[in-house]
Design a protein around this ligand. Structure first.
Ligand code: GLU
Length: 214
């Protein structure tokens, strides 16, 4: 069971907020972890094998970021397999809880993509690169939760089927996490996402969608 934490807000401390959120999710068990933030129109990430407790982050100041504690299912517990995973252009980055059961079949169809890890998660980010989040998600089989950060947008995109995701509505920031416990330092106003739901989370608000119809 991995942990996911994302934030978008008005303060420039996204990496630290994500690090603190992931630390709250340590109890779920994990073997590696990583964080990415949006800097200007690009993405910067750090990934590590081992414990997050006591860690500090060297990522730059940012208003939007996301992170992940990984419980490896596809590919060993290495830095290269740790999330977030990037698409070919390093425009998108993705964190994921679950298993993409049809990842091999999808990977074979994704011609010309540059795969840099052994994970099922990376197949999903290349699929989203080609099709967008919702159309890509409709082709994925399994129980999964995904959070996508597009460096061209000031929002996080989430979609889920089977794995928990909870949105936290803060005063000057909004959050998303795989456990409500990680949100309580920031807010007690939360939305439990349902299976088949998608959401966009920006500093100013949250929009919810039906994943199948948009
Ligand atoms: N299946 C993914 C991986 O192995 C996600 C595992 C998880 O939920 O932490 O990277």
């Amino acid at each position: 069971m991995c942990g996911i934490f994302g934030v978008t807000g008005s303060k420039n401390n996204a990496a630290q907020v994500v690090l603190d959120g992931l630390t709250k999710l340590e109890y779920r068990g994990y073997d590696s972890w990583g964080i990415a933030v949006k800097k200007n129109d690009g993405l910067v990430r750090e990934r590590h094998v081992g414990k997050i407790g006591g860690a500090t982050t060297r990522l730059p100041a940012a208003t939007i970021g996301l992170g992940h504690t990984r419980w490896a299912t596809h590919g060993g517990a290495t830095e290269g397999n740790a999330h977030p995973h990037f698409d070919c252009a390093s425009r998108l980055c993705l964190v994921h809880n679950g298993i993409v059961e049809n990842f091999l079949e999808l990977k074979q169809k994704l011609k010309g993509h540059d795969f840099r890890s052994e994970t099922d998660t990376e197949v999903a980010v290349h699929l989203f690169e080609d099709l967008g989040l919702l159309k890509g998600f409709s082709q994925i089989v399994g129980m999964n939760a995904f959070i996508l950060l597009d460096s061209q947008k000031n929002q996080l995109q989430a979609v889920k089927n089977g794995s928990p995701l909870i949105i936290g509505l803060g005063k000057d920031a909004n959050y998303i996490a795989s456990d409500v416990w990680a949100l309580l330092d920031h807010t007690n106003r939360v939305i439990f996402m349902e299976d088949g739901q998608a959401a966009t989370i920006s500093a100013s608000g949250v929009e919810m969608f039906d994943a199948a119809t948009g």
